[in-house]
Design a protein around this ligand. Structure first.
Ligand code: 5RP
Length: 227
């Protein structure tokens, strides 16, 4: 199986995971090529959903093209989404993740925070012992980009790279920090968020995944976060 076929297998496994969903439920749907397979499978499944909250304009367009109603978080109110299904750029053994390769990290984090269960769907290449081989994205307010870049360099020792030409769905910029070996993801997530001008960063440690569906050459490995 090639990487795309593995992504597709993980997406189909997520469908099985949520199959017992209550009629009329709303789920959170992430962003990326793995999630695109999930959206296509969801549309074909005819699960009795009321709709989905997408983490990006691109996922929203794909859901809508399939006739799946889009729901805003305002409509959810104080309630919780039963599931949030999304991919990751890296995931470690404690289910901490780096996300945001597609630049949707802020909306992903917002929706993940409102979900009872975060189901992470990945191909096996995303499983790592220590986060940081994949450059860590940081969404920044455009006027603060240079200052935030200097601050990150001082703090981490790594000069971040501006994802030039890319603008997030929120109208912001992305800095990618390469060359990290992240021993304490929770601490780094919090510390980066303290820099003025940072909207959020792509570490999902304070709210990591609950379930991992990892597609490997020998099948789907399902595991749940311990503790
Ligand atoms: C987008 C993300 C994606 O989940 C992550 O980049 C994985 O993408 P793909 O499924 O295409 O490998 O965080 O912001």
């Amino acid at each position: 199986m090639n990487q795309d076929e593995l992504k597709k297998a993980a997406a189909f496994a997520a469908l099985e995971e949520i199959r017992a969903i209550m009629p009329g439920a709303v789920i959170g749907v992430g962003t990326g090529s793995t999630v695109n397979h999930f959206i296509d499978a969801l549309a074909a499944s005819r699960l009795p959903l009321q709709g989905a909250v997408p983490s990006s304009e691109a996922s929203g367009r794909r859901l809508a093209a399939h006739g799946i109603p889009l729901v805003s978080l305002d409509e959810i109110g104080a309630g919780f989404l039963p599931f949030y299904v999304d991919g990751a750029d890296e995931i470690d053994p404690s289910f901490n993740m780096i996300k945001g390769g597609g630049g949707a990290l802020t909306r992903e984090k917002i929706i993940a925070a409102t979900a009872r269960r975060f189901i992470c769907i990945c191909d096996a290449s995303k499983k790592v012992a220590t986060l940081g081989r994949f450059p860590l994205p940081v969404e920044v307010i455009p006027m603060a980009r240079v200052q935030v870049g200097h601050e990150i360099a001082r703090f981490t020792g790594s000069i971040p790279c501006w994802r030039e030409g890319f603008v997030t769905d929120n109208g912001n910029h992305i800095l990618d920090i390469a060359g990290l070996a992240i021993d304490d993801p929770r601490a780094l997530e919090s510390e980066l968020n303290q820099i003025a001008g940072v909207v959020t960063n792509g570490l999902f440690a304070r709210r990591g995944a609950d379930v991992l569906l990892l597609a490997t050459a020998s099948g789907i490995e399902r595991s749940e976060r311990q503790g």
